[in-house]
Design a protein around this ligand. Sequence first.
Ligand code: GLY
Ligand code: MN
Ligand code: MN
Length: 487
Amino acid sequence: MPLRRLRPRLAGMSDSGTNRRDPFSEKFKKFIVSGWAPYSSELPAELPSARWAAKRRAALLDELPGATIVVPAGPLKVRSNDTDYRFRPHTAFAYYTGLGEDREPDAALVITADESVLFFRPRAPRTDREFYADARYGEMWVGQRDSLEEMANAVGMECRDIRTLEDHLAGREGIVVIRDADPAVTEVVDRVRGGAREDADADFERRASSQRFRKDQYEVAEMERAVAATKVGFDAVIRELPNAVANGRGERWVEGIFALHARHLGNAVGYDTIAAGGDHANTLHWIVNDGELRDGDLLLLDAGVEVNSLYTADITRTLPIGGKFSDAQRRVYEAVRRAQQAGFDACRAGLPWKGVHEASVRVVAEFCAELGILPVSVEESLSEEGGQHRRWMVHGTSHHLGLDVHDCAHASREDYREGMLQPGMIITVEPGIYFKSTDLLVPEEYRGIGVRIEDDVLITDGDPVILSGSFPSAPDDVEEWMASLQA
Ligand code: GLY
Ligand code: MN
Ligand code: MN
């Protein structure tokens, strides 16, 4: 069959190593297939996400009428030798199938006006060698996987074996694929349609990314769950802070405590936790997390739980490790709060996306001017030719949030950065001020202070809804939060 020319996994040959002799005796092979209870005849219920996924597929087809749309889940990724990373499906696959967690490696969804079909590798019966000999797919190695019928019930779609994908696509018109999700599937698509059509594929990926701007009701509820789980993680970190200080390498302790709750309540962390004590907060993507936590310093904790449906929160709080802000820390913190409030005020449907950032950074620039460290006027700094304030906040204030922490990232600049806020969007508002310990322009008392406050905001027809509003934010409230949990 043509798929055999592809990677072995699509052709059902994953146990094809030739450097070893068959380690199973004939007697074992006879013995292993007998004495097992039959598979349960009970079929799984339809996933709550399934009907939402069906609506999303219909909306996508409205944009691409007549197309044959291929959305691969992606392959398992090798960590080393025969050890894979935990699987996470491509975001578009999760969105259009409603599948979450680690489902389903090597699968591909095909959407056409007539039908949607999910192709995946169904479990082989226990009489098959896969059962005991296949470390990637075998029940003895990775547990019992779905049959075609079981998966069909869960996703509310017809399901077929991935090894029939090429036959299904052959002769169809207008095939597009998410090119980088699974090279093996892209190879099938390119062969069937007689070459790469990179422009059409990129156009499809942009549309698929833009479709996720506005969250449906199911997605908003999942985001609320992600935020609630993240709150449990933050509370646990605060309770453990004295231990984190005492045990040494406190940043790792914090990372570990948060990860425990992320795995316990959800699927995983939605991105690598930033647990940054003191000056480490001024390294924006500090994920090394190997530093000490010291009384008198701040801890910048940027963390989010990804729930089983794969929606993630993205929240930052900057906490005084000893429970009380110093005067200098409080002044910086208050400025960031003001910047965030200005951002919130700009979170209204019909206003430009970039207005949130512009409102926030104006406050940052004004604060820097008040400190006397801005070498030009606020207006000049905020002009395109200026930008001097960015020395102290080099990142953007907002991004879309959802299945990906930086969601909708393939949308066009026109739709994203140059677009308007719309009801149903969920975005972060996360200004910060970062005074590195080595910054000689900054008054000494502020050096080594880094503050970011990040909340997750739902845009509505009226006032924005701060989904993470249960996280204390005013400095007095943060101190009280910490005192109440550490009492
Ligand atoms: N945690 C990544 C971000 O805030 O964008
Ligand atoms: Mn963020
Ligand atoms: Mn963040």
